[in-house]
Design a protein around this ligand. Structure first.
Ligand code: GDP
Length: 388
């Protein structure tokens, strides 16, 4: 082979190599061939993953392939009936009251010290002095008349009396069905939720939305706790899981009444069945609280009558909680109580006390942090759980 031929062959080889490599490059730019976006790019689209995302590599300098947004799948909240039954075990600590009473009453021929023990048990469970005295009086009479220590009979008597104390006949339905206003037009049922921060108010609003969705109702939420952006974010997250819209303000400290107004307006325009409005629970002075809640209620009523004002009360706060409850009851007409954190206390007697003092029924009880751990309050099931 001559030198000339050799040079020609080398030049030819270089040209062929260049053409091949160029072709591959072209293919890559058109998005053909091997993917230019590494699979982990899909994960980095999640804002939460930003902190842990790998630094961009040369390959990611090229335009990213569109990753289709995942289709949101809506959760189906748990049916409402039977929830208290499912959560019954969470009342275990409250149940110790019933067990203690049963064991004392079954001793027969009760002495004064036995009755003192009964009184102490009831007071420790936050039943309150008035209802405790009433219950003791009826139990004294009935056990004397019966003259028996038969556990089943004693149990039956105690069940009846506890039930009478809890108030089996109170109307505990949530006003959540659309109403026809003075103008003859249908309006969503509106629920205003009040209470001190930390009591579980925002989670209760979200859980209530799920209760209504489980019953086939359409719901709009109003995040009128404008002092905590986290509260609005929390509602949005929970709402999106069940397809519930949340009306909020992007400005921290915005007028809560304006947000409440917009929420009811949106609910009305969308033909929603219910609108639930969360409020800020700062315990300012009574006058400020009265002004704020009064204004929220007033402006909501311009769109639809406020059918329900629910007070959220933390069952673990005892007498302190009762004082807070009284302040709220003084500034706004409360129509029902949601007793939260009943899973973390032996003071189930607060059901009786709060109903007596505020003259309104406990409508729901919170028995955990799970999305469906809110149950309609059913007196019979509650008392049975105490005695089981
Ligand atoms: P808010 O400040 O009143 O709006 O209170 P949040 O809704 O933010 O709740 C405060 C805390 O209480 C959160 O950690 C909730 O998960 C918790 N919480 C709410 N309801 C219950 C309940 O019924 N049981 C338990 N164990 N925790 C609850």
């Amino acid at each position: 082979m001559t030198d000339q031929t050799l040079i020609l062959l080398v030049v030819l080889a270089v040209v062929v190599l260049g053409v091949v490599l160029g072709g591959i490059g072209l293919l890559r730019r058109r998005g053909g061939g091997a993917p230019t976006v590494p699979p982990e790019t899909a994960e980095t689209l999640d804002p939460d993953a930003e902190a842990t995302a790998a630094p961009p590599t040369a390959a990611t300098d090229e335009p990213a392939t569109e990753v289709p947004a995942p289709t949101p799948t809506l959760e189906r909240p748990e049916p409402v009936a039977g929830r208290l039954q499912r959560l019954r075990a969470r009342l275990a600590r409250s149940g110790t009251v019933g067990q203690a009473l049963l064991s004392i009453l079954s001793r027969g021929d009760l002495t004064e010290s036995d009755w003192e023990e009964i009184e102490e048990t009831l007071l420790l469970a936050d039943v309150g002095i008035g209802p405790t005295t009433e219950l003791m009086d009826t139990l004294r009479t009935r056990t004397k008349v019966l003259g028996t220590t038969d556990p089943e009979v004693v149990r039956g008597v105690l069940r009846e009396e506890l039930l009478a104390l809890v108030g089996p006949d109170m109307d505990r339905r949530l006003a959540a069905t659309p109403v026809v206003g003075d103008d003859g037009e249908p309006h969503p049922a509106t629920v205003l939720v009040v209470g001190v921060n930390g009591n579980g108010k925002t989670t209760t609003v979200a859980k209530l939305a799920r209760v209504l969705v489980a019953e086939g109702k359409s719901v709009v939420l109003g995040a009128a706790d404008t002092f905590r952006a986290a509260a609005a974010d929390q509602l949005e997250t929970w709402g999106s899981r069940v397809g519930v819209d949340v009306v909020r303000s992007d400005r921290e400290g915005a007028d809560p009444a304006a947000v409440a107004f917009d929420a009811v307006k949106q609910g009305r325009e969308a033909g929603a069945d219910s609108v639930i409005v969360d409020t800020a629970g700062r315990l300012q002075n009574k006058q400020d609280l009265m002004d704020e809640l009064g204004k929220i209620k007033r402006v909501m009523s311009r769109q639809a009558p406020v059918g329900e004002v629910l007070l959220v009360l933390d069952a673990t706060t005892g007498q302190n909680g009762m004082r807070q409850a009284q302040v709220f009851a003084d500034v706004v007409d409360i129509s029902g109580i949601v007793l939260t954190k009943l899973d973390g206390t032996a003071k189930g007697g607060i059901v009786v006390t709060v109903q007596r003092e505020l003259g309104v029924p406990v409508k729901f009880v919170g028995l955990g942090e799970g999305a469906d751990d809110l149950a309609p309050f059913v007196p019979e099931e509650f008392v049975d759980a105490l005695l089981s």
